[in-house]
Design a protein around this ligand. Sequence first.
Ligand SMILES: Cc1cc2nc3c(=O)[nH]c(=O)nc-3n(C[C@H](O)[C@H](O)[C@H](O)COP(=O)(O)OP(=O)(O)OC[C@H]3O[C@@H](n4cnc5c(N)ncnc54)[C@H](O)[C@@H]3O)c2cc1C
Length: 403
Amino acid sequence: MSNVLIVGGGASGLAAGIFAARGGHKVTIIEHKDKIGKKILATGNGKCNYTNLVQLPECYRSNDSTFPMKVLSVFGVHETIDFFRQLGIYPKERDGYVYPNSEQAASVVQVLEMELKRLKVNISLDVHVEHIQKVNNTFKLNTNKGDFTADKVILAAGGCASPNHGSDGSGYLLAKELGHKLVKPLPALVQLKSKEKYFKTLAGVRTEVYIQLFVNDRFAAEEKGELLIANYGVSGIPIFQLSRFAAKAINESKKVTLKIDFLPSLNWKETFDLITERMKINPKRTAEESMVGLFNNKLVFVMLKEAGIEPDLFCEKVNKKYITDLVNQIKEWKIPISETNSFEQAQVSAGGVNTAEITPTTMESKLVKGLYLTGELVDVDGTCGGYNLQWAWSTGAVAGMSL
Ligand SMILES: Cc1cc2nc3c(=O)[nH]c(=O)nc-3n(C[C@H](O)[C@H](O)[C@H](O)COP(=O)(O)OP(=O)(O)OC[C@H]3O[C@@H](n4cnc5c(N)ncnc54)[C@H](O)[C@@H]3O)c2cc1C
C-alpha cells in the first residue's frame, strides 16, 4: 500500500481521499486554508447542486471534447448519488438538478468529513504546498510547514476561480513544475461587461429573454432564461452559460456581441401587432406610457431611446417606421461585450492541465508516474447545473480508486 499525499481539500481532493483510504492506502490531505471544503459551502447558493441527472457530452467543455465522458463512464452520476447516499445525503431532484434534501451544502462537507475521520485520513490544515519534485520513486513536497514525502501524489488544488475559497492558481504552477502544459485558464460561469452607458440606468432589471452570442458577427451559441442587468453589464444563468465562449473569443481579440430578444414568447410580427395596438389605446399617452406593464419601466425608457424614439412622444405621432425600429430593438437588442468579470467573480476556470497528458480512466499523469490530477485544475469545465462538482467527484473518485 502506498503513502499518498493529496494537495487540496476541495471537492475532488476529499473524494480522492475517501476512495484512496478505502483502498487501504495511507492518506494525508494537505490544505492551505483553515478548513476543508470551503468552496463546497458556497455552492448552489449554499444548497450545493452536487450533480445533475442529465449527463450529455455538451454539458462539459474541454479542448478534447471526448475526455470528460471517458472519465464519467468510470464514475458518473449514479455512482455519485449512491456514494453520497451511503454517506447520508438523501438526494432531492428538481428538473434534473440534484441537491441534498437538507438543502444545506454544509451537510455535504459534514458527511465527507465523517467518512474521512472513519477512514483515519490525516488532514493537515494551514499548510501551503510551494513545490513538488519527484526524485527517483519518491515525491518531495516543500511547504511553509516543512517537507513531506509520498509514493503517490494527487494534485487536487483547483483552478483560480473564486480564490477567496482557496484556489489561488498555485495548482497550475505545481503542475507546470512537474512538466505539464496548460490550456490558458480563463474565467467561466461569470458575468459579462459592456461599456454601454445605459447599464447605469438599467441596473437591477430582471427579465426572461432569449440570447444569442455572436463572435466576429457569426452566431456562436444561444441560451434562454432570466437575464439580470447590473451597472457593469449582464449576469444570470444564461449569461453564465455563454460566458465561456465569450471569454475565449475576447482572449483571441475577437469581437463579441450579444443579441437579446426581450419578448421571446412572441415572434416579430406578433410583437409588431402588439405594439401597434398599444400605441392606439390612447393617442394622448406618451410612447413611454404606452409600454407600462409590458416591460420593466427602466427597460422601456432605454429601449425607446435606443430605438430613436423620444419617450415623451405622443402615441399619435408614433408611426410605422418608429414601431418597426422599436420592435427591432425589442427582438434584436445588440450589446457589445468588452470583457468578462474577473476570476474573483467567476464560479469556475475554463482551461487548465492539458487532458492529452492524462489517462482518463485513472486520472494519472502520462508524464509523471504516480502523479494524479483532478477537478478544476484539469482542462474541463462544466455548464451550470451541478456539472463542475460532478467533474470534481468523478475525477477524485477515479484517481483515488486507481492508485
Ligand atoms: C460561488 C460558487 C458556486 C458554485 N456552485 C456550484 C454548484 O452549485 N454546482 C457545481 O457543480 N459547481 C459549483 N461551483 C463550482 C465547483 O464548486 C468547483 O468546480 C469545484 O468545487 C472544484 O473542485 P476542486 O476540488 O477541483 O477545487 P477546489 O474546490 O477549488 O479545491 C481546491 C482546494 O485546494 C486548496 N489549495 C489550492 N492550492 C493549494 C496549495 N498550493 N497548497 C495547499 N492547498 C491548496 C484550496 O484551498 C482548495 O481547498 C461553484 C463555484 C463557486 C465559486
